[in-house]
Design a protein around this ligand. Structure first.
Ligand SMILES: Cc1ncc(COP(=O)(O)O)c(C=O)c1O
Length: 418
């Protein structure tokens, strides 16, 4: 057991010394919220950084999602994925909308566009895909279907900060994209969220809605909510932006190290990131297959017993939760790919402060059951070999290539600056 646990994530924090002068400014000007100066600066800075036209900050991603459906006046049924964090579907329920679950793609773990059309009914008004783990959903195909059926597309882009595909921000896909800026995300404002939209009029409606619906002092244009981000959170965001590139680079380095160290391990599937995607390393899921010597839950416990707290994102499936499982679309036999992913997934620790030694320990711990199984098989084989001729015994030598765990190479070790 390690003396210091390794958790699945650890938030990035700006230097406290840089935060204090910003707090002093807030204390001086007494503007704490309601579209204050830091809030305005952060909205502009994020538009610039992310390469989007308009962005409206929120107190968190869930309030942003809830407001997104109100902003586009979505009604009836919304097609979505069961393989996500609960807030994806909960935000529909809070709008009296009915989630209709559609299975996911086995490679991207995102909503499978081939299954969307059969789920469309006269009540369908929108599609709510998720860019799970920061890997983009099939935005082109989803848009094609939305255009044919006149549906809105709202992306839950909680994991997709900084992700680009074909050199455009993935946040520009669909009608709206919603970010989470929660402590666990690649860019955090402690708590926070944002809606990205394409025109000033929509941004204005969103801004009214996040401030109770106030259009001016005496006009309330809709039953809005209080979704505003405070000045303290916005100030944190401005400081975090200074180091976000560094954080993203470090995440990608860690992901490469995992790939290298786990490459020879039979029974672990990793994410397949297309060359056209500039990924953000938000999560590092592995899918524990039948050929691995223990199942996902046993591996999860095995890691915990060594002080490594990997997480089963996303298990259980949203569609298996009590408030959703009665829906016809939640039936497990309709969602076989999502069911399998939920049973196999384990997200490994990934955050900028994770050191090379930490990663090596996580990988050693993952590989140890495999090595034990191989040693056991080898011992059995050696016992049997005693009764066989010398040629067969030679073939069971411990130097067989598949029994050797890939050693670290030099280039990987050089990446460790922790
Ligand atoms: C896919 C997804 N959607 C929505 C949310 C909700 O965001 P927040 O925690 O900022 O409310 C999260 C947060 O973890 C998420 O992972």
């Amino acid at each position: 057991m390690r003396d210091k646990p390794i958790y699945v994530t650890q938030p990035v924090l700006p230097p406290l010394a840089e935060f204090v002068p910003l707090l002093e400014q807030i204390w001086d000007n007494k503007v704490l919220t309601n579209n204050g100066p830091f809030h305005q600066q952060l909205e502009a800075a994020l538009c610039e950084y992310l390469g989007v036209e308009h962005l409206s900050l929120f107190a968190n991603g869930t309030l942003a999602l809830m407001t997104a459906f109100k902003a586009l006046r979505i009604t009836g049924e919304v097609i979505t994925t069961p393989y996500s964090f609960v807030a994806t579907s909960h935000s529909l329920i809070w709008n009296n909308l009915k989630p209709v679950f559609v299975d996911i793609d086995p490679v991207t773990f995102n909503l499978d566009p081939r299954r969307i059309e059969e789920a469309i009914t006269p009540q369908t008004t929108a599609i709510l895909p998720v860019h799970c783990y920061g890997l983009p959903a099939n935005t082109a195909e989803i848009q094609r279907i939305a255009d044919v059926y006149g549906l809105k597309v709202i992306y839950d882009a909680a994991h997709a900060f900084g992700v680009r595909q074909a050199d455009d921000s993935v946040l520009n896909a669909g009608d709206l994209s919603v970010l989470s800026l929660h402590a666990t995300k690649v860019f955090n404002t402690f708590e926070g969220g944002a809606i990205v939209c394409k025109d000033a009029k929509t941004k204005q409606r969103i801004d009214y809605l996040k401030n109770f619906g106030f259009a001016d002092e005496v006009t309330v244009m809709a039953p809005g909510i209080n979704g505003k981000m405070s000045e303290i959170n916005a100030a944190v965001g401005l400081l975090q932006l200074k180091t976000v590139d560094e954080s993203l680079t470090r995440r990608l380095e860690i992901a490469s190290m995992y790939r290298e160290l786990l490459a020879g391990v039979d029974g672990l599937q990793m994410l397949d990131i297309p060359d056209t995607v500039q990924w953000n390393g938000a999560y590092f899921p592995v899918f524990v297959k039948d050929t691995f010597p223990m199942n996902r839950d046993a591996l999860y416990q095995h890691l915990r017993s060594h002080g490594i707290y990997a997480r089963r994102y996303f298990y259980p499936l949203i569609s298996d939760m009590p408030m959703y499982r009665g829906l016809p679309s939640a039936s497990p036999d309709r969602l076989p790919v999502a069911q399998q992913a939920a049973a196999e997934v384990l997200c490994l620790p990934i955050y900028p402060a994770l050191t090379f030694k930490d990663i090596e320990q996580v990988c050693d711990c993952i590989v140890s059951p495999l090595k034990a199984a191989q040693m056991h098989a080898l011992e059995l084989a050696e016992h049997e070999a005693e009764d066989l001729d010398a040629e067969i015994a030679l073939d069971l030598s411990p130097n067989r290539p598949e029994l050797v765990f890939h050693p670290l190479n030099k280039s990987t070790s050089e990446l460790d600056r922790g």
